[in-house]
Write a protein that binds this ligand. Structure first.
Ligand SMILES: [Zn+2]
Length: 221
């Protein structure tokens, strides 16, 4: 899942209006931002098997540190704890933790049975929606659209940048998503990892957007 996780980040702003969109994106996509580094270090492994699903050719061979349910819950607790110590905003900390855990459950819907429950456990889960392109598109676009809808209700642009930068990001995410689905399979696992690392720029982009938008006052908590 790709833009669905960003949809969760957008939507989470409604529950935690004082948390930056950048932090909410970071939480919702945290384990996919960790994963490329673990691939490059050789702790986790991916293979490219064209046709393995209708949507993605990636075979997630093992990724217990980034994508086992137990590890994700631990990352969420750490993330929420660090955020709370830094910002003293309890609601924001809880929302970040929940957004981080939501990643695993949204991945569960689309992945083949490759998601482990805990590092070392042999049980692998996944409901396999990636075997249907229309179902995948319907689900991801719905989450993304809904999240964006709530984000737009919760914030308004403070200046021109707040509007332009947001819509450029939305367009860019949709373009990358289309490219992932329609484009050729990636050439190597290393190429996948570096494409994954480039998502850090989206986090910075979201922090930048957040500085140019303000929470709609009556939703401020
Ligand atoms: Zn993931």
């Amino acid at each position: 899942m790709f833009i669905g996780h960003y949809g969760v980040g957008f939507g989470a702003k409604t529950a935690a209006p004082r948390t930056s969109l950048g932090t909410l994106f970071l939480a919702a996509q945290f384990v996919d931002l960790l994963w490329p580094t673990l691939l490059l270090l050789g702790y986790e492994h991916v293979a490219i098997v064209p046709g393995i699903t209708r949507v993605t050719p990636l075979d997630f061979e093992d990724y217990p540190i980034s994508h086992s349910l137990l590890a994700v819950v631990v990352w969420a607790a750490l993330f929420a704890g660090v955020y709370f110590l830094a910002r003293r905003y309890r609601t924001g900390a809880v929302v970040c933790g929940l957004a981080l855990v939501s990643h695993w459950f949204f991945d569960l819907l689309v992945h083949r049975p490759d998601l482990p429950l805990a590092p070392g456990s042999s049980a692998r889960l996944g409901l396999g929606l990636w075997n249907s392109l229309p179902a995948t598109l319907a689900l991801e676009l719905a989450i993304f659209g809904l999240g964006l809808f709530f984000y737009l209700r919760t914030t308004r642009a403070a200046d021109r940048t707040g509007s332009v930068a947001l819509w450029l990001l939305v367009g860019f995410l949709l373009l990358v998503y289309a490219g992932n689905i329609l484009g050729p399979p990636p050439p190597s696992a290393t190429a996948i990892a570096w494409a994954g690392q480039s998502q850090w720029l989206l986090i910075l982009w979201a922090y930048w957007i957040d500085r140019h938008r303000v929470a709609v006052p009556d939703l401020e908590v």
